[in-house]
Design a protein around this ligand. Structure first.
Ligand code: NZQ
Ligand code: ZN
Length: 391
């Protein structure tokens, strides 16, 4: 296990219907002027917007709306102007990862005089952070309890991760707020969680039994409850398990002691940057192919453990490892999302090389990954994603 220093400062308010009575009190210590940040309107359809406005009736509320999936830097720039011009005290972000990520960068952009994109390119430029409260409406990213934000710049065809100075101050995690999430986004969210676990489980650190055991438990919960949420969208226990899995998979805990960087995420971010596809669906296409590529004599024990402890498979290492990769593919397919690039509308191969070069550079994939991948390897992964041959 590597050395680590760990501090996570988010207050979690988990459970049903807490925001109506608790939000105003949570905002109070931070000031009177609130930036309410949200997306394309789902919160207006399901009544959450009215509830939040009611809870904030004694505050001066400014709005940043229309934050799109794969949030664009222009939304952040708009938020930066709003918080600077009106000297806003605190942000309340209501939505999924896209809304919260955009709000996070706005929270550090208030005290930055230049273009907000600079803060995405170089997180060191952030010197201060506004208080940030979020109300999570989609279980997927873990942004509700981490410092990360992922922002897209359509002009430069870049989708890049950055880090803020601290985690959100307070996160309201109400599973019932995810009852209205579509099948597509529920599946994508579950696959995103699965991928966050995989990025940390497949790591060269030895004997990290604590982290590995926690990951295996979260994997099993996601595998079990995602299909339930798909057919019973208002099943509270399903939504609750997925929500806490989202948070626990990426609040820093389960990767403590790890040595490698992530691989499939930087590759998927290229797909989202070029084609604006749903993050979790892209991960679902790439992950089983990456697993096949990563499986070798050296990595066999980890894949066999994955098969035994996550999928409950029995047998010798080789058969368990192979069956586990197949089980991963079958589970993703069972969530009714496309499992090939043409399935998400990517039929041309012309950008594969440019995307692969960028993924390798951004993710340091030749040096930092669990297994080393160069640009040609990544192109091979894209090519293998053009059909379901081999699965
Ligand atoms: O915009 P609205 O109208 O709110 O609709 C959203 C959006 O269309 C909808 N939605 C959200 N909650 C809903 C709902 N619809 C009905 N009922 C609800 N309760 O779902 C759509 C997708 O929302 P989005 O926020 O984009 O989804 P998600 O939470 O999966 O976030 C994805 C983004 O987060 C980044 C991804 O790359 C992507 O940009 N990630 C952020 C990470 C982080 N900060 O740590 C890590 C992840 O690996 C990931 O990269
Ligand atoms: Zn992700």
């Amino acid at each position: 296990m590597n050395n680590f220093t760990f501090k996570n400062t988010t207050d979690i308010h988990f459970g049903e219907n807490r925001l109506d009575t608790e939000l105003a009190g949570v905002v109070a210590p931070f000031g009177k002027k609130v930036l309410l940040a949200y997306g394309g309107g789902s919160i207006k359809k399901n009544g959450l917007y009215d509830r939040v406005k009611r809870a904030l009736k004694d505050y001066e509320v400014f709005e940043l709306s229309g934050i799109a999936p794969n949030p664009k830097i222009d939304s952040v720039r708009e938020g930066q102007q709003l918080v600077q011009k009106n000297d806003i005290d605190v942000i309340v972000a209501v939505g999924g990862g896209s809304v919260i990520d955009a709000a996070k960068v706005v929270s550090v952009a208030k005290n930055y005089d230049g273009d907000a994109w600079d803060l995405v390119l170089d997180s060191q430029k952030a010197t201060a952070q506004m208080p940030l409260i979020d109300i999570l409406t989609l279980s997927a990213t873990g942004t509700e309890m981490n410092k990360n934000a992922v922002i897209s710049n359509p002009e430069t065809k870049q989708k890049l991760g950055t880090r803020t100075l601290r985690q959100p101050d307070v996160s309201f995690l109400d599973p019932s707020l995810t009852f209205s999430v579509s099948k597509w986004q529920t599946a994508a969210g579950a696959i995103d969680i699965f991928s966050h676990l995989s990025e940390q489980y497949f790591d060269q650190s030895e004997d990290s039994d604590i982290s590995r055991g926690m990951i295996e438990g979260i994997y099993r919960a996601v595998i079990k409850w995602a299909p339930v949420a798909l057919v019973e969208p208002e099943n509270y226990e399903a939504r609750a398990n997925l929500m806490w899995a989202s948070t626990m998979a990426l609040n820093g805990t389960v990767g403590l002691g790890n040595v490698n960087g992530w691989t499939v995420h930087p590759i998927e971010h290229e797909l989202s940057a070029y084609y604006d596809i749903t993050h979790g669906v892209g991960l679902g296409i790439l992950t089983p192919r990456w697993m096949k590529k990563a499986l070798s004599a050296e990595t066999l024990p980890r894949f066999a453990a994955f098969g035994r402890h996550v999928w409950g498979l029995l047998g010798d290492d080789e058969s368990v490892a192979g069956e586990a990769i197949q089980a991963t593919f079958d589970w993703i397919k069972s969530l009714e999302v496309p499992t090939t690039l043409p399935g998400v509308g990517i039929t041309d191969t012309t950008n594969f090389k440019a995307m692969a070069d960028s993924a390798v550079a951004v993710g340091s994939l030749t040096t930092h990954g669990y297994v080393s991948l160069n640009s040609e390897d990544v192109v091979t992964l894209f090519e293998a994603s053009m059909d379901n041959d081999g699965f």
